[in-house]
Design a protein around this ligand. Structure first.
Ligand SMILES: Cc1cc2nc3c(=O)[nH]c(=O)nc-3n(C[C@H](O)[C@H](O)[C@H](O)COP(=O)(O)O)c2cc1C
Length: 326
């Protein structure tokens, strides 16, 4: 059983990956998507999305954060040109990526309009070609994985796409158990994943709507998957991975209390200070509080207290105050 940290563009960036990985309970991470549209991208694009590729000592020279998460971070590519994706995948592999993940699930209008992400779920032949060409271009030791939704408008293409992806040589498949039209609205339709598992031999990882250990148990029962990918759920409950692992081992687990969570937000504020201009100061923290308030009511109060501030020291003091709460 493995716990994957979901890629979330603009939210789970290298700093957040680092923080959650340090906390524990995560086995594997995936970068935010890197969009491939016209060229083979320059090194710095890969290295800033995935600073984990750069040896620590060299990170600041390429503008990458010195904080990157686990060495098992996969580089995710998004696009629709098989040859171009394969060339970029090859480059990422040359830079040290151990695995390339292909995004066939992004619902964003701009992405779908240019024939990328979830839009490809209605184009099984193309999807097969992208995986196949990528598989052929990257070294055998480099894993090629894919992430799909159940369909575009309807939940109708998951079986043919999963089979095509497996036949094209993918090593693993993550299934976000909703259609593009479902967006991010509950529920997630985990039972469809069981059907996929009956048709392909590669590992299938279940994703979508796992907010609690109970959700994990239900997802496992309905999908037949051992491994899961956690997205918004782990942002709302940062030690959800640890709790799931404890459950697996039959151990009691006590969730982190608010002051400990506030300490994590303080770490994120300090980690990101040098990376954002003053006008965006604290934005990442405010964004995280949005997710945290689902579990911790104190997060809403903290958000209200800092929402208009861009002053690092003001925000820092407000968070420190929370870390001192009994
Ligand atoms: C803000 C946001 C950004 C996302 N960015 C990506 C991305 O870059 N690549 C990707 O494959 N999925 C992306 N996703 C989808 C998540 O990885 C995940 O599949 C989805 O949130 C469902 O899981 P959850 O219910 O556990 O959050 C994003 C989701 C959100 C909400």
């Amino acid at each position: 059983m493995q716990i994957y940290l979901a890629p979330m563009e603009g939210v789970i960036d290298p700093h957040m990956r680092y923080l959650l990985d340090q906390l524990g309970g995560i086995d594997l991470c995936v970068t935010e998507f890197i969009r491939v549209s016209k060229t083979v991208l320059p090194n710095h694009v890969f290295l800033s999305a995935c600073p984990e590729l750069t040896p620590l000592a060299e990170r600041s020279a390429c503008g990458a954060s010195k904080y990157g998460a686990c060495s098992t971070t996969r580089v995710q590519l998004l696009g629709s040109d098989p040859e171009l994706i394969a060339l970029n995948a090859h480059k990422a592999a040359q830079l040290g990526a151990k695995a390339i993940d292909l995004n066939f699930g992004c619902p964003a209008k701009t992405v779908n309009r240019s024939f990328g992400g979830a839009r490809l779920l209605d184009e099984t032949t193309l999807l097969h070609k992208i995986v196949h060409t990528t598989r052929q271009r990257v070294p055998t030791a480099t894993l090629v994985t894919a992430k799909i939704r159940l369909g575009y408008e309807d939940k109708d293409s998951y079986l043919r796409n999963a089979v095509a992806i497996a036949e094209a040589g993918a090593d693993e498949l993550v299934v976000h158990a909703r259609s593009k039209a479902d967006g991010y609205q509950p529920p997630a339709y985990w039972r469809y994943i069981k059907e996929i598992k009956q048709h392909i031999d590669i590992p299938v990882i279940a994703n979508g709507e796992i907010w609690t250990v109970e959700d994990y148990i239900a997802c496992r029962q309905q999908s037949g998957c051992d491994s899961v990918m956690l997205g918004r759920g782990i942002l709302a409950r940062p030690d959800l991975g640890l709790a799931i692992k404890a459950h697996q081992q039959g151990k009691y687990y006590e969730f982190l209390t608010w002051p400990k969570i506030a300490e994590l937000t303080l770490m994120l504020l300090r980690l990101t200070k040098a990376f954002y201009p003053v006008k965006h100061m604290g934005n990442r923290i405010k964004q995280w509080l949005f997710y945290l308030q689902r579990t911790y009511p104190q997060a809403s109060a903290l958000f209200d207290g800092i929402k208009r501030s861009r002053d690092f020291y003001f925000i820092e003091q407000a968070i420190i105050h929370e870390t001192l709460q009994p």
